[in-house]
Design a protein around this ligand. Structure first.
Ligand code: CTP
Ligand code: CA
Length: 234
């Protein structure tokens, strides 16, 4: 029995994806984290793999099974995530879906912090490396197509446009992560795709997609990538 061939538009392409939150240690038993589930990034990894790509998924701590056929690097902190991302280069396409913690504690306690009569620990924060911006601005190993996410709770489109410029990436997938949307941890996502190349008269076009499951968003994103490669090979 002959079946029609499965289309594999990303065959021969190496795709790197970051996903999930990061955990930033405070002491051996505590950490700073966020509500990211990793579902959107994992769905993109599965969709890219199904489209024939060789996929490397660098994931923070999540409660998800590794997608079949995908190389998964499990990390904890933003700094570990950056190390594994750099180790995965070169790639053709990089998609940064992780909700990387923006800050970490300046000096991680070697022992568990104890309550004392002296009051609360001051917890000085320092900024984490920006993984997306670091990779976007690489001189030698910058992937030909770099896609970031913009997680916002207000001024979604304006913030996403500013992020597209500031980060130096090619596309931004903007999503509203306000608690009422249920996106953080949930199964659905409403996204808007912004591309650097759509800039005309100083403004960037916004492609707003209807509410979809995170799997559908992933498939749609992979379809857009495949179309963009067909129009303009990397
Ligand atoms: N990102 C990253 N490394 C960081 C912070 C963010 O790689 N240290 C990536 C995210 O994976 C995402 C994009 O940058 O693709 C935007 O993340 P977001 O948190 O929306 O933007 P920030 O630049 O951190 O700005 P803010 O949180 O203040 O809105
Ligand atoms: Ca952030």
């Amino acid at each position: 029995l002959l079946r029609p061939p499965v289309p594999r538009p990303l065959a021969g392409k190496r795709v790197l994806i970051t996903a999930g939150p990061t955990h930033e240690p405070i002491d051996p038993v505590r950490y700073i984290a966020n509500r990211s589930s990793g579902k959107q990034g994992f769905a993109i990894a599965a969709a890219a793999q199904a489209a024939g790509a060789e996929v490397i998924l660098v994931s923070g701590p999540v409660d998800l099974d590794d997608p079949a056929g995908v190389t998964v690097r499990h990390v904890e902190s933003a700094r570990h995530m950056l190390e594994q991302v750099e180790a995965a280069l070169p790639v053709d396409i990089a998609i940064f879906a992780a909700a990387v913690a923006d800050w970490r504690v300046a000096s991680e306690g070697a022992q568990k912090l104890k309550k004392t009569s002296a009051g609360m620990p001051p917890l000085q924060l320092v900024e984490n490396p920006d993984i997306l911006a670091t990779i976007s601005k690489m001189k030698d190993k910058r992937p030909p197509l770099v896609i970031g996410f913009a997680a916002e709770t207000e001024h979604l489109i304006d913030n996403a446009k500013a992020k597209l410029k500031r980060k130096g990436c090619d596309w931004i997938v903007a999503n509203d992560v306000s608690p009422a949307t249920g996106v953080m941890g949930g199964d659905r996502n409403t996204v808007h795709l912004l591309s650097k190349n759509s800039e005309k008269d100083g403004d960037i076009a916004v492609d707003s997609w209807p509410v979809m499951t995170k799997e559908q968003v992933a498939t749609e994103l992979v379809t857009h990538i495949a179309k963009s490669l067909a129009d303009k090979p990397l």
